[in-house]
Design a binder for this molecule. Structure first.
Ligand SMILES: C[S@@+](CC[C@H](N)C(=O)[O-])C[C@H]1O[C@@H](n2cnc3c(N)ncnc32)[C@H](O)[C@@H]1O
Ligand SMILES: [Zn+2]
Ligand SMILES: [Zn+2]
Ligand SMILES: [Zn+2]
Ligand SMILES: [Zn+2]
Ligand SMILES: [Zn+2]
Length: 341
């Protein structure tokens, strides 16, 4: 057994050693509110490597210097009395959806309850998830293939925490395992089967300014190696926006040194998950969540993957680097684009 693991199992059950416990990966994982229902485990059956010592598991994003959430006076939530109303365009949380999205066909919903009793003039469903039955909380199929942001209810809303439009807010429900791969360092696999459209987890990290992200890229020997941990929160970035937080360069999330288990998920050119932008309070669009959802049915034990550049092949290395400086993609898919950067 590795020394740090031994320290944890024999010494961290006690009240002392608080400083040591704070630095211990096992204690960090055990402190997650989802630890009992959906634990994160770490295994290495391949070599003697341990998780990086300078990495810390966190359960919430950390706001870096110069980054803040919206002031209380700008915050708002819906006033829906019953959470059944949080699926129609009248819910304030869904008010920023394009009309086109709100009006779209809901025939894929298989929502027997609503489709059978809905009168012709009833309001159209506008939210992202199936509402009833075994598919409750699963992304509607139109959304799975779209790049639309997800607008959810949140703490500032009148509806209850069990509102069906709070899927990401309720957090991960799937137990995950960080495991050592033979060829790509650590990876993550699911300990339960996952349905297409099911929420898996958020990509967490330190939210930093664009200038700080550039500084960190420059400090890295190969900036593209740093790039795999940096994700821009640019879903609502618009140079024309009157909101200065959205008109300028977007904030970025750095998951290299602080993150959740998702930071260990490897890239695939034919992935089983995709990142969606998720918004709670509309005043916080500049710090929107990055939520990973399954885009295929995933079997228990299967490795989780996402496309680091979401299909944008031109973002991959070819132009400026010589072939020797580029990192070969080992995703093994028949659609492989060959290089990570
Ligand atoms: C965000 S990390 C993923 C976790 C990483 N495997 C680890 O051990 O920390 C990204 C790094 O994982 C490796 N990696 C991820 N996907 C890969 C792939 N498809 N082929 C080769 N290496 C990959 C590369 O070293 C890349 O820099
Ligand atoms: Zn411990
Ligand atoms: Zn609601
Ligand atoms: Zn509502
Ligand atoms: Zn709401
Ligand atoms: Zn590939």
């Amino acid at each position: 057994m590795e020394a740090a693991t031994r320290r944890h199992f024999f010494h961290h059950g006690q009240d002392s050693n608080e400083d040591e416990k704070d630095q211990c990966h096992w204690c960090q994982l055990r402190s997650f509110p989802t630890h009992k229902t959906a634990p994160i485990t770490v295994v290495n059956d391949v070599d003697t490597q341990t998780l990086p010592q300078n990495f810390r598991f966190i359960n919430e994003v950390v706001l870096g210097a110069g980054v803040s959430a919206a002031d209380l006076s700008f915050r708002s939530g819906c006033a829906c009395v019953h959470h059944d109303d949080c699926q129609y365009a009248g819910c304030l949380c869904l008010s920023d959806l394009d009309q086109e999205e709100a009006d779209e066909d809901v025939s894929d919903d298989q929502d027997v309850f609503n489709s059978t009793i809905r009168a012709p003039a009833a309001p159209q469903k506008a939210y992202a998830y199936h509402m009833h039955g075994t598919k409750a909380g699963i992304l509607r199929s139109k959304l799975v293939t779209s790049k639309l942001p997800l607008y959810e209810c949140h703490q500032g809303c009148s509806c209850s925490p069990s509102c069906p439009n709070r899927v990401v807010e309720r957090g991960r429900t799937v137990p995950l395992q960080i495991f050592r791969t033979p060829d790509r360092g650590w990876g993550v696999r699911t300990q339960e089967s996952i349905k297409k459209g099911q929420f898996v987890d958020r990509y967490l990290g330190e939210i930093i300014t664009s200038a700080e992200a550039d500084r960190r890229r420059d400090a890295s020997v190969v900036s593209r190696r740093k790039d795999v941990y940096l994700f821009a929160l640019d879903k609502f970035t618009d140079p024309e926006s009157l909101d200065a937080r959205l008109s300028g360069p977007p904030l970025e999330v750095d998951g290299e040194f602080m993150s959740g288990p998702t930071r260990f998920i490897n890239h695939s050119c034919d992935p089983n998950m995709r990142i969606f932008a998720r918004v709670g309070d509309h005043a916080d669009k500049h710090i929107h969540d990055l939520a990973l959802f399954a885009i295929k049915d995933i079997q228990k034990g299967e490795e989780l993957t996402f496309d680091y550049v979401d299909g944008a092949s031109e973002d991959f290395g070819e132009p400026e680097d010589s072939i020797e400086d580029m990192t070969r993609c080992l995703c093994g898919s028949s659609k492989c684009r060959r290089f990570l950067w």
